[in-house]
Design a protein around this ligand. Structure first.
Ligand code: BGC
Length: 743
């Protein structure tokens, strides 16, 4: 991008304190004024005291070595005759640490140590046709700002009484070559939540309960004396005794400290965010006991995506779970798809993103969000095709993990199916191909993804699978089984993509066959639920029906082992899958004639199940099936987020199988649709509504005597499948009853 301005920096090292930059200028009879701006860090710009735009943590998180977004704001209405433009720059993703234990490559250490630099250009056009350009240059000034401390994990300290002392800036040799126009959705305040209740805990703490786990900040408004402080701590849950708890945040300090000036005032952090439901008041003028909860508002922040999907059933617990899935997405779509928003991670884990992408594109219009992230993925893909486990990458790992790097093939394909964007496929084709070639290059036995990892390193396996050996996070499914199944799946997606784009993919068609042969020779037996799921879903088993039948038996065996037979009409069913198997588990069951069993898993209320967390009061989806035990004890402090979207991926099954709204590969983006609901008599009703680019699709069913009544609305040509009978249906609303008769 062509900016005439220069990068500017403070005259000295700032440490954790944010600099603020300023320039004054006159401007009368302005016709239009446009500010283009970005920073190394996160910035907040103001003109004459009024905030420019509402992009939270601009310029967002990209692969900063190659890509840095520049925002453009129309600021015409903010200008008057005499003006002051100020910009505060905090550390943000650019300078903050990522997970203390992660190895920090030299380039990242250099980036973190570099100054919080700014580049901005204000182009003004006057009524008489004159133009002027005010760009960052040596005439600007800087001061330490009131943001005394800011950090991605560790929070923010703001001193409202701090007096600026202005000095000339220095010019910096900043990275002009990486500037690109804004590509993703802007992160903006989306909802404001009031305090639901004030809790006085057994330990004597004052805790505000916002009633909902979320990502964002807390805004405070109060009347205070200069030097008074407001200090808060953040948590997602209370402990078994009802006390404040946030040991699961690990090393993330999540500081919130506001030092007041005299009088009425309000503040909210601008350079960090928190993942929380509960807020402990550690300091408040006059004492925490005296506070008015009306002083505090939770501001929910996420990428500005349009809501497109709604699910509703006759079961309030299931409905709450659907809400939790949505909140999981809201909390973890803060510019990049993160694993969780609270502890010392908040990283763009590729595995989590590929697991959730289908659900994400149903709940919200996430095309732009993923288009930006995939551009980062391609930027971070290594010369040998390796796709890192986190994107944007902050490490330099020399290996990847099955089901993580595979996001390179799965995410573009799923986004394409959801929105029909061929350009995204075209942009992604080389990256997909290079990823498949990378796997081929590391395989020691042709056709099997069986690579040798550096000493002490491991694949993530079926992460958090319940069949993990004691003390391990890795389920018992074999690494090379998972790897080879994904290798085959990626190759099949590459072939389909190539065919759509008119590329020659005959070599990959051949490779796909070789991988399947190698898989079938190497893995004649499936040992875990996840192994059955992958063998059937990725069609690498010689007989996917048999793999699904084995899965059904294993699910019933696990159910019988965990739940005594109480003579219920439906036998107990239980899952043992982790991140890798869970997203496809119900699909495999219902696609192979075990729909009832899929429903048994979804409706199960006891641990392990999706609804168990809801019975424990969850308002987001948990990372671990038993994050909190029935007696309120935590399963661990280490890997225990209460806001991980991965297992929320089951919502995709509810939209596409339970309610049956499916994309058609030859007509992506819902140009045509297939609607094949799988109803269950244990539920009175289910309704799914989807706002597609082609119009609204609704699929509803309800129990009706011995059967079901269906009502289906389609804006496009649809194939409707009811009880095995196919109907060709045009746009409009169609009613059926079970027994396959059109009403
Ligand atoms: C994250 C996961 C991630 C994983 C890799 C964890 O610490 O929170 O969601 O995918 O590491 O196994």
């Amino acid at each position: 991008m062509d900016l005439k301005a220069k990068w500017i920096i403070p005259g000295r090292e700032m440490g954790d304190t944010s600099p603020v930059y300023r320039v004054g200028f006159a401007a009368d009879t302005v016709k239009s004024a446009v500010l283009r701006i970005t920073a190394l860090g996160v910035y907040e710009a103001r003109i004459n005291g009024t905030r420019v735009g509402d992009f939270f943590m601009a310029p967002g998180f990209t692969s900063y070595r190659k890509r840095l977004q520049v925002q453009e704001y129309d600021v015409t209405r903010l200008l008057s005759d005499e003006n002051e433009l100020t910009v505060t720059v905090g550390k943000g993703w650019y300078h903050s640490r990522f997970l203390a234990l992660w190895e920090v490559p030299q380039w990242r250490a250099d980036m973190m140590a570099s100054p919080m630099a700014l580049i901005a250009q204000l182009d003004i056009e006057y009524a008489d046709g004159r133009r002027s350009v005010i760009g960052t240059d040596g005439s600007w000034e800087w001061s330490e700002s009131r943001v005394r401390f800011s950090d991605l994990y560790d929070g923010e300290i703001y001193d409202a009484g701090f007096e600026h002392s202005w000095q000339p800036v220095e010019i910096y040799d900043g990275p002009d070559e990486i500037l690109i126009p804004q590509q993703g959705e802007e992160v903006r305040p989306q909802e404001h939540l009031a305090v639901k209740s004030v809790i006085h805990t057994p330990k004597g703490e004052t805790v505000l309960d916002f009633g909902q786990n979320m990502a964002g900040v807390v805004a405070v408004s109060l009347c205070a004396h200069a030097g008074d402080t407001v200090e808060l701590s953040f948590g997602e849950t209370l402990d078994a005794e009802g006390n404040f708890y946030n040991a699961n945040y690990r090393s993330a300090k999540c500081i919130y400290k506001y030092i007041c000036r005299e009088g009425e005032q309000s503040w909210e952090p601008r350079h960090t965010f928190y993942g929380f439901r509960y807020v402990r008041v550690d300091a408040f003028p006059g004492g925490a006991d005296a506070l008015d909860p009306g002083c505090f508002t939770a501001v929910v922040m996420h990428s500005d995506m349009k809501r497109t999907g709604w699910l509703e059933s006759s079961d309030p617990l299931l409905n709450r779970f659907f809400e939790n899935v949505l909140w999981g997405q809201k909390s973890n779509f803060l510019d990049i798809p993160t694993d969780c928003p609270q502890r010392d991670e908040r990283a763009g884990w590729t595995g989590d993103a590929q697991v959730f992408v289908r659900t994400a594109c149903l709940n919200y219009d996430a095309e732009r969000f993923f288009t930006k992230w995939l551009a980062d993925l391609r930027s971070d893909q290594r010369a040998n095709g390796l796709v890192p486990s986190v994107v944007p990458d902050v490490r330099d790992r020399l290996y990847s993990s099955p089901a993580w790097g595979d996001a390179a093939a799965i995410v573009p394909w799923q986004v394409y199916l959801a929105y029909g964007n061929r350009q995204l496929l075209a942009d992604s084709f080389d990256s997909m191909r290079r990823w498949v070639d990378y796997i081929t290059s590391v395989t020691k036995v042709p056709g099997l993804w069986r690579d040798e990892l550096p000493e002490g390193k491991r694949h993530y396996g079926d992460w958090l699978g319940l069949d993990a050996p004691y003390g391990s996070y890795k389920g018992s499914s074999r690494d090379d089984f998972i790897g080879t199944a994904f290798y085959a799946h990626d190759t099949s997606l590459l072939v389909k993509t190539g065919q759509i784009l008119g590329r020659d993919v005959t070599d990959y068609e051949k490779l796909h066959g070789e991988i399947i042969d190698a898989f079938q020779k190497a893995f004649p037996v499936y040992n875990t639920q996840t192994e059955c799921v992958l063998a059937a879903h990725f069609k690498v088993a010689p007989d996917p029906d048999a793999a699904a039948a084995q899965l059904a038996r294993m699910v019933l065996d696990a159910g019988a082992a965990m739940t005594p037979d109480t003579g219920q009409a439906y036998p107990a069913a239980a899952l043992t899958t982790g991140f890798v198997g869970t997203p496809y588990l119900l699909h495999v069951l219902s696609d192979h004639g075990f729909g009832e069993l899929a429903w048994s898993l979804l409706l199960r209320r006891k641990y392990p199940s999706w609804l168990y967390s809801v019975t424990q009061g969850a308002t987001t989806v948990w990372e671990h099936w038993d994050g909190m035990k029935p007696d309120g004890q935590m399963w661990s402090t280490d890997m225990n987020s209460f806001n991980h979207y991965a297992y929320g991926s089951v919502a995709d099954w509810v939209y596409t199988k339970a309610a049956g709204i499916q994309t058609v590969e030859d007509h992506p983006g819902y140009e045509r649709v297939r609607i094949a609901p799988v109803p269950d008599a244990r539920l009175g009703s289910l309704s799914a509504r989807l706002l597609t680019r082609r119009g609204e699709i609704v699929s509803s069913w309800r129990r009706d005597g011995e059967g079901f009544a269906f009502e289906i609305t389609t804006p496009v040509q649809a194939e409707i499948v009811i009880d095995g009978e196919k109907y060709a249906a045009g746009p409009g609303t169609h009613r059926f009853s079970c027994g396959s008769k059109r009403i």
